[in-house]
Design a protein around this ligand. Structure first.
Ligand code: NAD
Ligand code: ZN
Ligand code: ZN
Length: 347
């Protein structure tokens, strides 16, 4: 089969012919319907040297996958050929206390293995994907895998980041989302679906993304610039927002995040831009908690799928055949993907 593979650090990934995996005991082979192109893959491709925890190259990219069960290995029950499924991408040991709670994104026993699918294991930018255990598959019901694939990362990461702060988002509260791309657009919809926040503010450098953010439920969509901080502070009566989610994580966005967060609020860094947030006694504001969530919990993915089945969240997808995966990442790099690029290997 064809697979889009990272073959060297700081080298563009390439399409290669690889064998179709054979599912062993407990494993499932998934025919890939859609594999989302996440900005994190760009960070991986641009990394100067092997990232900690990544296995040796070559490695098939793609950690945002959905498709149909192709075949199951000995002992697998509950799933059969043709079932539409989405794949939870963080594969832990399954038995540590975090894994037993469904928090495989924080497995305590990874012992130097990769951080998950597309990191330590071959990902889904290929015709087929080998999944090590049935617990990683969530039934999609009537959802189309080509449409749903981004829900397992862009959706789940956003959901987890919002859910942990829901207690702050009562009536009258404000949430700010910096970066309205693949993740940010889902974050805005999830804030609307889950919280009672009165005001949702989107910030981006791209006018088109802000337009989309408005359609997805943002009350206010602001171009990122010198005035943005003042505007957000004015809107919140100089108090700042209860929750600020930075989906970019570079120096100017982190600085803005600290300036628009409120005392006792949450500042949540989701973007892997790599900058550091300066912390001193008064910035971020007093008792404002800072967190850097990584992906989300397995049971939360079931909740995300339910929201999508209820039509409460939608992904703006653009489809690309596997042969154009490199082009999809180039467009993402250039800021030209409106929502999420999804590779569809069987179209
Ligand atoms: P994306 O490219 O689709 O979206 C990024 C958005 O940020 C774009 O709309 C872009 O215009 C905007 N932006 C860029 N610079 C900005 C600035 N200075 N101010 C405001 N907006 C700006 O990327 P994505 O796939 O949504 O990923 C977003 C980030 O989240 C990436 O860094 C990615 O690696 C990270 N990520 C983290 C996790 C996690 O578990 N924490 C999971 C997935 C992705
Ligand atoms: Zn990702
Ligand atoms: Zn574990």
């Amino acid at each position: 089969m064809q697979a889009f593979r990272l073959v060297g650090w700081r080298q563009p990934p390439e399409l290669h012919e690889v064998p179709i995996p054979d599912p062993g005991p407990g494993q499932i082979l998934v025919k890939v319907g859609g594999a989302g192109a996440c900005h994190s893959d760009l960070h991986v491709m641009e990394a100067p040297a092997p990232l900690p925890g990544f296995t040796e190259l070559p490695l098939t990219l793609g950690h945002e996958n959905a498709g149909w069960v192709e075949s199951v290995g000995p002992g697998v029950t509950g799933f059969g050929p043709g079932d539409p499924v989405i794949v939870y991408g963080c594969w832990g040991c399954g038995v540590c206390s975090n894994c037993r709670r469904g928090r495989e994104n924080y497995c305590q026993n990874l012992a130097g293995q990769g951080p998950g699918l597309g990191g330590g294991h071959d990902g889904g930018m290929a015709e087929y994907l080998l999944v090590p255990a049935a617990r990683y598959l969530i039934p999609l019901g009537a959802l189309d895998p080509r449409q749903a694939a981004p829900l397992t990362d862009a959706g789940l990461t956003s959901y987890h980041a919002v859910k942990r702060s829901l207690h702050l988002l009562g009536p009258g509260s404000t949430a700010v989302v910096i970066g309205a791309g693949g993740l940010g657009q889902l974050t805005i919809q999830i804030l609307r679906a889950l919280s009672a926040a009165t005001t949702v503010i989107a910030v981006d450098t791209d006018a088109g993304k802000l337009d989309t953010a408005g359609h997805m439920g943002a009350d206010l969509a602001l171009l990122s610039g010198d005035e943005t901080t003042t505007r957000i502070r004015d809107v919140t009566g100089q108090q700042g927002a209860e929750l600020v989610l930075d989906m970019v994580g570079i120096e100017p966005t982190l600085r803005m995040a600290a300036q628009v967060a409120r005392t006792l609020g949450h500042l949540t860094i989701v973007g892997l831009g790599g900058a550091a947030l300066p912390v001193d006694f008064s910035s971020p504001p007093h008792e404002c908690s800072v967190a850097s969530p990584y992906w989300g919990y397995l049971p939360e993915l079931m909740e995300v799928i339910t929201l999508a089945q209820q039509d409460k969240i939608k992904v703006l997808v653009e489809h690309f055949p596997l042969a154009r995966a490199g082009e999809a990442y180039q467009l993402l790099h250039d800021g030209k993907i409106r929502g999420r690029a999804v590779i569809t290997p069987h179209d």
